[in-house]
Design a protein around this ligand. Sequence first.
Ligand code: 5RP
Length: 233
Amino acid sequence: MTVAEDPVKLMKQQVGKAAALRVQSNSIVGLGTGSTTAYTIEYLGDRLKSGDLQNIVGIPTSFQAEVLAKQYGIPLTTLDAVDRIDIAIDGADEVDPQKNLIKGGGAAHTREKIVDYLAEQFIVVVDSSKIVDRLGSSFPVPVEVIPMAISPVMQAIKKLGGKPELRMGVKKAGPVITDQGNMVIDVRFDAIDDPANLEKTLNNIPGVLENGIFVGVTDLVLIGEVKDGQPSV
Ligand code: 5RP
């Protein structure tokens, strides 16, 4: 694959691999969800196979991450079986200058928040298109909602000034269903001036399980870029 053929894919691949190189032997690793962390998972598997990396165990943030980890030979565990997560690597839909995030483009933000917040070190992997001056500039805030509460939650969100839309699946045949059996409302706001406050306010609406605003938790952002026609991190 060349930059000319698919620059975004190449940026994701480079940054996903760069993050995998930061994982050390004997560590417990949070495995993020999405097309960028798919490369991280693949490369972790390659490192295990080559012997460059030994004795890691993964905690997947979604069914998708679990399937990929099994495919690439990464042993898995659960939060019940460990007392720490050493490092988590995850993607994002938007990153602001304070390293706050919008996540949940893959409807996995609830499990991602649990795992990423527990990690000693949380690394975010994105291509340069995800960097914004202010959260909400281009991506709506995903909100996971228990199905019976969809209508009242939508009403409450409108009262907060948001424009809610139920996320539909492929060919709009039905709503997207999360790994927890819930639905996702994507909410556009004119401006998100105080992400920390909005995160709490949304989660206080009865029926909301979790939203995709991540504040003050990111340790490092690795950004994939194309410079002078060459991919770099
Ligand atoms: C899934 C997520 C993803 O990490 C986010 O959507 C980024 O995905 P990608 O790496 O495919 O661009 O939050 O819920």
